[in-house]
Design a protein around this ligand. Structure first.
Ligand code: UDP
Ligand code: MG
Length: 320
């Protein structure tokens, strides 16, 4: 069923995924509540706007903290997942559980590295008829040089394979409830949200901000997890690597054909080449290429395996 964009003042729901965020969560919630109060004064947000913290199976006191916040203000909800399902699953748990109770749903990290002051700009875009607003980081001076270089490389690569990814956009975005209803129809287990939102379509806008330092606690995304996220992004969204395997195979076949004719010619003309080195070289080149290809194909088969099992993406243990 087609959905119409909502009108202000919006009932806003801010979804905050939390994994071991005991040290920051209460500061974050207070900052976001202040923000909501300001937006209410400007008639952008309604008085019934709220915050929903999703505890993604934290092993510290995050949930106790959330329960206390919920008890204290009445504008804070909490969802406790039964285990650590991962950032994207925590986000959809928050989005899907609240979409019928809100007009606009915003996702923001618990550490407030993304500037909460641009929520106003997001809501203004919604007022002007936009359905999805992407938060885009202007600069990444706060992150390490390695992380920045890898990020730049990744966006470049994605651009080559699939030009819809928005450079500098992570998971800070707002969308209206109708868009979230459409998102719910994407039943894939390998959720790559920053790629899916541009696929859903609708009029969208970007708001820009500078990324801040983590308020407290440590990053849950070390380089290894980032690399796996990038690999996940590529293999969930494009089959270009599979096609590349085919092209490289083709190129190798042509090379082999040339080399083979030369060897055959030499043998027939009575001067066979002595060739332990060349045989070994060919053998290892082709067998290693075979293994890499198998690995890439295996990655996609693994994805299919995960998809066909249709496991739930998250399990809610408790709510407050
Ligand atoms: N997060 C989560 N589940 C996880 C890992 C992270 O819900 O398994 C949350 C985390 O609490 C934070 C957000 O995802 O709110 C982003 O994580 P983090 O700030 O550690 O990543 P970074 O900003 O360093 O990329
Ligand atoms: Mg962070």
């Amino acid at each position: 069923m087609p959905s119409a964009p909502p009108r202000p003042p919006f009932k806003v729901c801010i979804v905050v995924p939390c994994y071991n965020e005991q040290g920051v969560i209460s500061h974050t919630v207070r900052t976001l509540l202040d923000q909501l109060t300001k937006l209410e004064a400007e008639s952008l947000a309604s008085a019934s706007s709220f915050i929903c913290c999703v505890d993604d199976g934290s092993r510290d006191g995050t949930w106790t903290e959330i329960e206390q916040l919920a008890g204290a203000t009445g504008r804070v909800k909490g969802i406790k997942l039964s285990a650590n399902f991962g950032h994207p699953n925590a986000l959809v748990a928050g989005l899907f559980s609240n979409r019928s109770q809100a007009d606009i749903l915003i996702t923001i990290d618990a550490d407030l590295q993304d500037d909460e002051n641009v929520i106003r700009a997001m809501l203004e875009h919604h007022r002007d008829g936009k359905r999805v607003v992407y938060g885009v980081r202007l600069e990444r001076q706060v992150d390490s040089l390695l992380k920045r270089t890898l990020a730049a490389l990744y966006y470049r690569m994605m651009k080559v394979m699939n030009d819809r990814t928005i450079r500098g956009h992570a998971d800070y975005r707002s969308a209206d409830a109708g868009v979230i209803a459409d998102l719910e129809r994407f039943g894939e287990a390998n959720l790559y949200l920053r790629g899916i939102f541009p696929l859903i379509g609708y009029p969208s806008a970007e708001v820009h901000f500078a990324r801040k330092e983590r308020h407290a606690g440590v990053s849950k995304y070390p380089i290894s997890k980032l690399l796996s996220l990038a690999w996940q992004g590529i293999t969930s969204f494009t089959t270009t690597p599979l096609r590349m395997v085919f092209y490289i195979g083709l190129a190798m076949f042509l090379l082999a054909a040339g080399y083979g004719s030369w060897v055959l010619y030499a043998a027939l003309s009575g001067s066979p080449i002595e060739g332990w080195a060349s045989v070994t070289l060919l053998l290892i080149t082709f067998s290693s290429f075979n293994l890499i290809s198998l690995g890439i194909i295996g990655e996609y088969v693994g994805k299919i395996y995960k998809e066909v099992k249709q496991r739930p993406r998250y399990i809610i243990e408790a709510t407050v």
